[in-house]
Write a protein that binds this ligand. Sequence first.
Ligand code: ADP
Ligand code: MG
Length: 719
Amino acid sequence: MTNPPAVRDVMREFGDDYGSRVFSGNNIRRRISPNSYEKLEQTIKFGTKLDDDIADEIAAAMKEWAIENGCTHYCHWFQPLTGATAEKHDSFLDFDGKGGVLAEFTGASLIRGEPDASSFPSGGIRDTFEARGYTAWDPTSPAFITLNGGEATLCIPTCFVSWTGESLDQKTPLLRSVEALNTHAMRLLKVFGSGDGVHRVASTLGCEQEYFLVDEELWSLRPDLMLCGRTIMGADSPKGHQLDDHYFGSIPSRVQAFMGDAEERLYKLGIPAKTRHNEVAPAQFELAPLFESTNVACDHQMLTMSVLRKVAREHGLVCLLHEKPFAGVNGSGKHNNWSLSTDSGRNLLSPKRTVHENLEFLTIVTAVVRAIDLHADMLRASIANAANDLRLGANEAPPAILSIFAGHMLQTMIDELKSGASIDQAEGSTLSLGPSAMPVIELDAGDRNRTSPFAFTGNKFEFRAVGSQASVAWPNTILNTIIAESLDHIATRFEESVEDGMDEAARDEVVRGILAEIMRSHDRVVFNGDNYSDEWKAEAARRGMPNLASTADALPAFSTDKAKALFDAYGVMSVNELEARVDVLHENYYSVLTIEARTMLNMVDTLVIPSAARYQAELADTVAGTQAAGVDSKAIKSRLTSLVEQTNDLQSSADAVRAAMARCEELESDQHARTQAIHDDLLPAMESTRSACDGIEGLVSSDLWPLPSYTDLLFSSLV
Ligand code: ADP
Ligand code: MG
């Protein structure tokens, strides 16, 4: 597993700045006793509980380091259910008891904070009159220093829980799910006798982040971009990505300068950014880090989004992390690369050459296949929100049907497993490029399939349906939990059937039998074809797989008895906590769409109709003047008629949006009914309004159109 200190050491070669704003490695070692350092390391590596008595020493060291780096304040940094991060700053200042003040930071302040919990979404767990909430230090994720407006602040990653101990954040259930994975993966290693020297198994995560960049000045002229993060109207540009000339194209120099700065900022925060390139759509880009343990990777992912947003503004750009900033143009996702690794650094999803070693690999694969087949509904629901609805199923993103792409090598192994034949890794072959001077390149053992929502990519699974602005903690909590359940199931079956003292060959026979049986029951979820095609939708329906096309369809997956029992059984979320989350998800859907609908109406009333009216007056004058001159102005007259008709249509659609909003508001007491009504009633009204606006944009003289167009935003923005 690539722990942050390991990545740090490698990245040191890139310069002393790497990780300079992270409290880890040498920054700690130099400041605390070797004994305390060892204890802290045990906690970071193996998740053992930290002794209370060393908290004071660590707090003092952290304070010293932070003050040396210009901090006057510290904050407990946490991830409430808003989808963003939160921080409450406290200065190090305290009374010294002798009438003066000193800089103070105790172990108690490091370990526990007490922000008001009532102002964050809690799904009803916390009311305003019972506001107490706690933040609790997560020693496994390193503290870091942020710079904002020239001010340095020490940020301490924390969990956020209510006075009752119920989680109010993204991190707490994630940590619990990592724990569940560890417990059951370790049982499996024991069966295989491969657990020697392994203290822990944890999931690893590397997230590829897609985003758009637009010019800040143009952005500021679009209320929809400012308030909703996406355009809620806008006629197509004559050019989209038909020519495929943007993907991996040369990066515009203004963007390159931004990327360089963002990466430098990320390096200082110990975030190992690795890859950068243009994405498919114009003005779309991607950044990918080296992978890390999931908890740290999730924290780093939140920080990455924040750094991208901030640094873009310093370059006169705005970074759009929304899943679908522009209709008709590819949206953005966050490929969630997931694997399981031992603390000794062994990736359990790396296929090996011998049958024996591949059985362990196939056990993990079987657990993943079983988990996705049994709980595709919940995994789908884990990425459901208003923004991702605009992207999933559109023809550049995976559909809402969650299937697994195995690829040639893994499919061969699965087939052999099921049929009982020998299981050897399909060898990669080589590719000669022709001219003898060219090197012969080794082929991977499987091709890629960009249409799959959940693809095996050689030594990890890539969950591609995650939205670009989402916090990845939630989908990974679901993924870890459902896989932990399958690991548990398989470990139990193994433990029941593998007898003590059984020789290896006999044991392997038993194990293979169990895996083959489980695989046969669940591999309908494996699909290697084109996930964008209509045939697949029909085939998936035949296989009985869920196709939960919208958030309204998907969220009920969290309200089933199956879901409640699962999260409760693995200690990830109590029924109360789960219900609270569902409540927050519905509320978020409502809030996002209400803001979008209001923004839309406001733009219609104050921008679109006024400019249509101006152009209408201009056309009417022209027609009258031309008629008066005795000439029949057929073209202008028909333009005028069309404009008047479209403006009338726009007015009726906008009225329909108002009426639908009112109807949805009445459903406040039944959140699911409200989400469904928004989907069935409000969204179609908004779509008609948009299409009327876009029609008018296509007619009105461009000097009278008040908004930057798609061409302006996508093509002229970055040059
Ligand atoms: P691709 O998506 O083209 O296969 P890479 O192989 O570079 O690209 O990997 C993409 C992302 O997957 C990177 O962020 C990388 O860190 C991450 N990744 C690679 N191996 C693992 C792993 N074992 N666990 C989790 N993430 C991984
Ligand atoms: Mg990828």
